[in-house]
Design a protein around this ligand. Structure first.
Ligand code: CTP
Length: 476
């Protein structure tokens, strides 16, 4: 973690940094690399865009640097923000003037004044994000760390540089960022910082839904996403930003029968699937797979607690949740809906005798998402009883084998019924009506049930046979 000044210099060896040094000298300005880029050097994470703070005008610095670098450099100026970006080969550097900011209570828009490096570091979110490395020639590679950011990096601690009430009230998105960093990096949030999040949680309302969704996606993409959701719950943010998920908490017990806590079960499923795949949308599916349970919860004297149809109710809830949270309303949402709606099917198969017909139907309904669905269902087995768990997993292996066998034989995965509605109407001289639908689905059922093979001729003959029973005559 510790690096000598010489080692640290090594991370700034690209030509562009020498050019920054020289330009800064010429203009008589101080320049520092700051923020995520510096933090990630010490964490040995892949580096991204570089932020440079200039004590003076960031725009003037970028323009002078662009001139110096010549035609391979591309400078974009964002006058409204007082920032400028320089692209040089594959490197992108954002220049900003050191600022002193004060915020108003109802807005994230600060009143900005020019400031010193110290002012700039003061207004950053966390000590680990407030590290600066000097890029001026005589102090090149010097680390400026006024808030013990290095110590916090070593001890894996998230803490604000100033009184956390000020830092969070200045920009409430930082509450989400703190929890996100704790999850991504597996850091602890220092006690006072965390208490302040709990105190300031209501301020999250001035943050746009898109930014909140961004942070949630980053939490979900982390190695152990449950860390973030537990923290969101503990500080009280969860019920403000995602009430449906917060609602899943709690255990009811009657006559000595208790159900499991669906929130913690969900988080276990989420962590299980995260070990398996980076796919963000399967992770969302895991997070939402039981979202319908609180609505469907019933006490039945014989069976105890039941959650009948929670998969269908959950599936129906998803468009609303996605709309409210500004998540994409496109095929990603449809995928999550499908996974939630179907998540009980493989387990029913695994519990029962696995018939060809049931497996074909599952293949037909899941299509190309069948492998994801099977992975989700395996992640859903969180029983503490190892024998029971193993039994389920073994049965799932059986279902998977059967899926492979039948797919090879019947090609159901991307199956379209071989006879279309138009063809049926044409064959019997019908207009769109109930009978057309009935014939079409009886052909589909016959194929899925293995009564006839998945072939045109067999389907045609079957249709004529069925139609006869319905007193329909072919016109040719
Ligand atoms: N920053 C801040 N408050 C915010 C956002 C950003 O103080 N709400 C500061 C932090 O010093 C941060 C830097 O601006 O390190 C750059 O922000 P950004 O690129 O959003 O974050 P990174 O820290 O680089 O991390 P990530 O890209 O993972 O978000």
């Amino acid at each position: 973690m510790q690096l000598t000044k010489e080692e640290l210099k090594g991370y700034f060896s690209d030509d562009i940094f020498a050019a920054i040094s020289e330009t800064a000298e010429k203009l008589g300005l101080e320049c520092y690399a700051v923020g995520g880029y510096v933090r990630d050097i010490f964490l040995k994470r892949p580096s991204k865009d570089i932020d440079v703070v200039v004590v003076g005008s960031g725009i003037a610095m970028a323009q002078a640097l662009g001139k110096r670098l010549g035609r391979h450099a591309h400078v974009s100026v964002f006058k409204n923000f007082g920032t400028a970006q320089v692209k040089y080969h594959k490197i992108e550097i954002e220049f900003v003037g050191a600022r002193r900011e004060s915020y108003q209570r109802d807005s994230r828009k600060p009143i900005v004044e020019n400031g010193t490096l110290e002012d700039d570091q003061n207004r950053r979110d966390f000590t680990i994000n407030a590290l600066a490395v000097c890029l001026n020639a005589e102090r090149f590679g010097e680390l400026i760390d006024p808030f013990n950011g290095m110590e916090n990096l070593k001890d894996k601690i998230i803490r604000t540089p100033l009184d956390p009430d000020i830092t969070f009230s200045d920009d409430p998105l930082r509450m989400m960022r703190g929890i996100r960093f704790a999850t991504q990096l597996n850091f602890q949030i220092e006690e006072e910082t965390f208490e302040s999040i709990a105190r300031n949680k209501e301020r999250i309302e001035i943050i746009s839904k898109e930014r909140i969704a961004d942070e949630l996606n980053k939490i979900l993409a982390s190695p152990v996403p449950s860390i973030g959701f537990v923290l969101l719950d503990q500080c009280g943010l969860l019920s403000l930003i995602f009430p449906e998920l917060a609602n899943m908490q709690g255990v009811d017990s009657r006559n000595g029968k208790a159900h499991k806590d669906n929130f913690y079960h969900t988080l276990e499923v989420l962590d299980n699937i995260a070990k398996h795949t980076d796919n963000l949308w399967i992770r969302w599916s895991a997070l939402l797979h039981d979202i319908g349970k609180p609505v469907c919860k019933r006490w039945e004297p014989k069976a105890g607690w039941t959650f009948h149809n929670h998969n269908f109710v959950g599936e129906k809830m998803i468009p609303n949740i996605f709309r409210k949270m500004k998540l994409p309303m496109n095929e990603k949402m449809k995928y999550v809906q499908k996974m939630v709606g179907l998540h009980m099917r493989p387990i029913v198969l695994a519990e029962d005798i696995v018939t060809d017909s049931a497996v074909r139907r599952l293949l037909f309904d899941a299509g190309d998402d069948i492998d994801d669905l099977m992975s989700l269902c395996e992640a859903d087995i969180t029983s503490k009883n190892e024998i029971r768990k193993q039994k389920f997993l073994d049965n799932f292996q059986l279902v998977r084998q059967k899926l492979r066998d039948l797919e090879e034989k019947d090609r159901i995965r991307n199956f379209q019924p071989p006879i279309s509605g138009e063809e049926i109407m044409e064959a019997f001289g019908l207009r769109p009506c109930k009978e057309v639908g009935a014939l079409k689905s009886s052909i589909k059922d016959a194929i899925l049930d293995g009564v006839i093979p998945n072939e045109y001729e067999a389907a045609y003959n079957y249709m004529i046979e069925k139609a006869e029973k319905m007193k329909l005559k072919p016109i040719k």
